[in-house]
Design a binder for this molecule. Structure first.
Ligand SMILES: Cc1ncc(C[n+]2csc(CCOP(=O)(O)OP(=O)(O)O)c2C)c(N)n1
Ligand SMILES: [Mg+2]
Length: 354
C-alpha cells in the first residue's frame, strides 16, 4: 500500500511582497505564457465587475460575485490541456471564457435565458453547478470513464470550503481515490459559506488535512497567487496523467465581496478585515510581479483591459439581442407524459405575459 504523506501545512507562494522580496519563477512559464495568464485574469475580473453593474441595471439576475477568485480559476485552467474537463460551481460561472465560451452565453445563463446553456462536450466545460458539491461525483465519474477508455484526459472540479462538509464531496473524493481516477479536487477556501465562517464549518486544522483520510495528497496554496495555483495544479494534473489518482488542492483566500448580489455581508463580516484583504487582491499582485520582471508596462496593461471591456460590451449586446424564450420551455422536457394541468398552466402563463 502506498503511503500518503501528511498534507502540506505551509501555503505555497511564488509571488513575493510588493517590493519583490520572495518572488520566484515557475519552470516552463516564459514571457508569453505569463502574459496569457494575465489576459485571462483581466478577462475574468472584467466579466465580474461588469456583471455587478449589469445586475444593478437590471440586465442580469442575482449574480455570484467572484472578485479575488480569478487567480485560482485562471491558474488552474492554464495548467490543463484542451482535452481536460472542467466542472465549475456557480463561483466559477465564467471559467468557460478561458475555453472560448462566448461571454454572451454566460451572461444569458445569469439572465435565466436558454441561450445560456451550452454543449459541455464542445468546450469540455460541464454545466454550472448550483447545488453544493453535487458535481464532484460527476467529475469523478467522468475522470474514471476517461481512464477506462485509455484516454489521457483528466477532470478538475471546483468547489468551496462549505462543499467539503457535503456528502457528495465525500462520495466523489472517496470514489475517485478508490478508482484512481485522474481527478483534481480544487477547493476554493474563501473562508465563508454565505454567512458560515470556516471555524464553524470544520474541526480540521486545514481542509487539506481531509485528503489524508481519502488516501490522496493534499496541497495548500495561497489562492491569491496565480502562479502558486498554476504550479500546484500542474503537479496534480501530472499525477493524474501518470495514473496515480486524484489530488486535493486547498487554495486559501478570503471572500472580499458579498456571497452574491442578494447578500449583505455587513450583517456578519468584519468590514475592516475585508478592506485589509482587498489590498492584497490577486490581479494587482500578479500585475506587480509582471511589472517588477519588466514584462508588463502601462500601454500593454491598458490594451489588455480595453480588449476585455470590448468582449463584455459585445457580450451583453448579444445576450440582450436574444429573442425572449418561449414560455412553453418551462413545461417541456420534464415529463414523457406531462400532467394534464400543464396545458392550462401554460395558457394561464401566456395570458399573464400578454
Ligand atoms: C445542496 C445545497 N445546499 C445548500 C445550498 C445553499 N447554498 C448556496 S451557496 C452556499 C454556501 C457554499 O459555500 P462554499 O462551499 O464555501 O462556496 P462559496 O460560495 O464560498 O464559493 C449554500 C449553503 C445549495 N446551493 N446547495
Ligand atoms: Mg466558501
Amino acid at each position: 500500500m502506498a503511503q500518503v504523506l501528511p498534507a502540506e501545512r505551509d501555503l505555497r507562494r511564488v509571488i513575493g511582497d510588493a517590493d519583490g522580496a520572495g518572488d520566484r519563477e515557475v519552470d516552463g512559464l516564459g514571457e508569453q505564457e505569463l502574459l496569457e495568464l494575465f489576459r485571462s485574469m483581466v478577462l475574468l475580473r472584467t466579466y465580474d465587475e461588469r456583471s455587478v453593474v449589469y445586475h444593478r441595471q437590471g440586465r442580469i439576475g442575482t449574480y455570484a460575485i467572484f472578485w479575488n477568485h480569478e487567480a485560482m480559476q485562471a491558474g488552474a485552467v492554464h495548467s490543463l490541456e484542451e482535452q481536460d474537463w472542467i466542472f465549475p460551481s456557480y463561483r466559477e460561472s465564467a471559467i468557460g471564457l478561458l475555453r472560448g465560451l462566448p461571454a454572451a452565453t454566460v451572461l444569458s445563463w445569469w439572465r435565466g435565458h436558454p441561450a445560456g446553456w451550452w454543449n459541455p462536450e464542445e468546450f469540455r466545460v460541464a454545466s454550472i453547478c448550483v447545488p453544493i458539491a453535487t458535481h464532484v461525483p460527476h467529475a469523478a465519474g467522468l475522470a474514471w470513464g476517461k481512464k477506462l477508455k485509455g484516454e489521457t484526459a483528466c477532470a478538475i472540479a471546483f468547489f468551496g470550503d462549505g462543499a467539503t462538509s457535503e456528502g457528495s464531496f465525500h462520495e466523489g473524493a472517496n470514489f475517485a481515490a478508490v478508482m484512481r481516477a485522474p481527478l483534481v479536487l480544487f477547493c476554493n477556501n474563501n473562508q465563508w459559506a454565505i454567512s458560515t465562517p470556516i471555524e464553524a464549518q470544520t474541526r480540521a486544522e486545514t481542509l487539506a488535512d481531509k485528503a489524508v483520510g481519502y488516501g490522496m495528497p493534499g496541497l495548500r496554496v495561497d489562492g491569491t497567487d496565480v502562479l502558486a495555483c498554476y504550479e500546484a495544479t500542474r503537479e496534480a494534473v501530472a499525477r493524474a496523467r501518470a495514473g496515480e489518482g486524484p489530488t486535493f488542492i486547498e487554495a486559501l483566500s478570503y471572500r472580499t465581496a458579498p456571497h452574491a448580489t442578494a447578500d449583505d455581508p455587513s450583517a456578519y463580516i468584519d468590514l475592516a478585515r475585508v478592506e485589509e484583504e482587498r489590498k492584497r487582491e490577486c490581479v494587482g499582485r500578479f500585475e506587480g510581479y509582471l511589472r517588477r520582471a519588466g514584462i508588463l508596462h502601462d500601454d500593454l496593461a491598458s490594451s489588455i483591459r480595453e480588449e476585455a471591456a470590448d468582449v463584455m460590451r459585445a457580450g451583453i449586446t448579444a445576450a440582450e439581442g436574444e429573442p425572449p424564450a418561449d414560455a412553453s420551455l418551462l413545461f417541456e422536457h420534464a415529463f414523457v407524459e406531462p400532467p394534464a394541468s400543464f396545458q392550462s398552466d401554460l395558457e394561464e402563463l401566456r395570458r399573464f405575459l400578454g
